[in-house]
Design a binder for this molecule. Structure first.
Ligand code: COA
Length: 154
């Protein structure tokens, strides 16, 4: 069984993330979404809330599992017998950051490889913070996030 981890802060999960996840499910038998800690970010939703929103959004997909963890992503991957980490790339600006993250992960454990999916054209502008900013300014973001997120934004 081919298992991959899709790590991120998912604060909150967006339709951009879900698109990457659904495409990863066509390549791997099981994809574990990992709500991970990014020390450089202050979170808007608690880890429990983020896990709940993702679970609700993926409840019809038996290939998906959702966890949160505060340790290293590659350690989590090994514990769950995953061979790959999934990340999405939206624009050239994502590349530098992803390259650095991939290199750090490779240094920690070169046996875990990375797989990147390019965001669909209509989803490249979506980010969790843009969603929250638009919502706070009264913009309807319901077509950019799953219902589980829209519900909690209200
Ligand atoms: N669609 C929509 N938005 C997307 C996206 C997509 N396909 N791909 C990325 N994004 C957005 C996210 O919404 C997020 O937006 P924000 O900055 O407004 O919140 C941003 O791009 C990047 O966030 P995300 O993909 O969640 O990654 P991250 O940088 O927050 O998370 C971790 C990085 C959590 C995976 C990484 O820090 C990690 O693995 N931490 C655990 C500790 C560890 O192992 N560190 C590595 C060794 S140092």
């Amino acid at each position: 069984m081919k298992i991959a981890i899709y790590p991120g802060s998912f604060d909150p999960i967006t339709n951009g993330h879900l698109d990457i996840l659904n495409r990863a499910c066509k390549v791997f038998d099981k994809v574990i979404v990992l709500v991970a800690h990014n020390n450089n970010k202050k979170s808007n939703f608690s880890a429990e809330e983020r896990v709940e929103m993702i679970k609700e959004a993926t409840q019809d997909n038996p290939q998906v599992e959702v966890y949160s963890d505060s340790g290293l992503t590659v350690e989590f991957a090994k514990k769950h017998h995953a061979t790959h980490l999934i990340r999405g790339l939206r624009a050239v600006s994502d590349f530098e950051y992803e390259f650095q993250l991939a290199s750090a992960n490779e240094y920690i454990d070169p046996s875990i490889d990375m797989v990147f999916f390019m965001s669909r054209g209509d989803k490249t502008f979506i980010s969790s913070s843009a969603i929250l900013e638009m919502h706070k300014s009264g913009v309807d973001v319901s077509s950019l996030v799953p219902i589980s997120v829209t519900k909690r934004l209200k």
